[in-house]
Design a protein around this ligand. Structure first.
Ligand code: C2E
Ligand code: MG
Ligand code: MG
Ligand code: MG
Length: 278
């Protein structure tokens, strides 16, 4: 009986695996076509410097509306792109589009930094990193204005090649941010060992602040460590006034979230920047 059950489980597992693979393949193929057919676009979410109230940067976030008019969340398609390798093409698109948009903003006298997400898999190729720097310089974008966001798991995994590439990028002036800090193991010890300029505290971290005392204490501690290491902290997912004021009291450096703005199309961003007053 055990043998039969074992075989059944085995069977079931294969079935599930096959279904998942098919689903992934279908998303992959739709994405490949989507890239050709301009179904991808970027939105920009403003990031505020809490000390002077200025919008100093914006994060480029990928959006996909497929040929059926359905929007697919990056939380769904990014992992597929990562596992099939299409993330390289997607990432290239993101960087090129963001640089081109930055040029337009710059011509309109809107000085702003760009924050761009990079997956771990995109960071295993030095030639790709060289191409990114080329793309940035072709658009006359100062490298200091560009931040690449990577998740904390990359540091935890201690991947030497990727970390070397981070050093390489940083030696050319590009800034590095640790994204979603607080969702993984979040060892603050790693921060002093790796090339890091910004720490983005995940929104789950702020969820219950300022009501929850533990959460407040953790945020305070994190800010103190970051300050000692000369790392600027960006709070993600700021959704209300209470959180905003709390972060100001804590002398957090930057804030990003729906309380300030959702991700905006380039046109919307331009309007937003013109209207923004602290
Ligand atoms: P992320 O880099 O942590 O981006 C922040 C996510 O939080 C975005 O979701 C944003 O819309 C959302 N968010 C911002 N403020 C708030 C808030 O106040 N409340 C709430 N509830 N959510 C907020 P989005 O755009 O769905 O992106 C999800 C993730 O997909 C990103 O997380 C990032 O890891 C990945 N991603 C997006 N674009 C790219 C890309 O171009 N390349 C790569 N590699 N990954 C990307
Ligand atoms: Mg990010
Ligand atoms: Mg984030
Ligand atoms: Mg996040």
């Amino acid at each position: 009986a055990a043998k039969a059950a074992g075989r059944r489980t085995h069977y079931f597992f294969n079935d599930e695996l096959r279904q998942r693979t098919e689903h992934q393949n279908s998303i992959h193929n739709r994405m490949r076509l989507g890239l050709k057919n301009n179904e991808f676009r970027l939105v920009y979410q403003p990031i505020v410097n809490l000390t002077n109230g200025k919008i100093e940067k914006c994060e480029a976030l990928l959006r996909w509306t497929d040929d059926n008019g359905d929007t697919v969340s990056p939380a769904e398609f990014i992992p597929v792109a990562e596992s099939t390798g299409l993330i390289h093409e997607l990432g290239q698109f993101v960087l090129e589009q963001a640089c081109a948009d930055w040029s337009l903003l710059h011509k309109g006298n809107m000085r702003i930094g760009l924050s761009i997400n990079r997956s771990e898999r995109e960071l295993n190729d030095l030639n790709a990193a060289k191409q990114w720097l080329e793309c940035i310089s072709q658009h006359q974008l100062p490298t200091e204005k560009v931040t690449f966001e990577i998740t904390e798991s990359l540091l935890m995994s201690n991947k030497q090649r990727q970390i070397q590439i981070l050093h390489y990028l940083r030696s050319h002036g590009v800034k590095i941010a640790i994204d979603d800090f607080g969702t993984g193991y979040s060892s603050i010890n790693y921060l002093q060992r790796y090339p890091v300029d910004y720490l983005k505290i995940d929104r789950s971290f702020l969820n219950n602040a300022p009501e929850n005392r533990i959460q407040v204490a953790l945020t305070e501690a994190l800010l103190r460590v970051a300050r000692a290491l000369d790392i600027d902290v960006i709070a993600e997912g700021v959704e209300n006034k209470a959180q905003w004021e709390f972060l100001q009291r804590q002398q957090c450096d930057f804030a990003q979230g729906f309380y300030i703005s959702h991700g905006l199309s380039l046109d919307e961003l331009i309007t937003f920047l013109k209207k923004w007053q602290f």
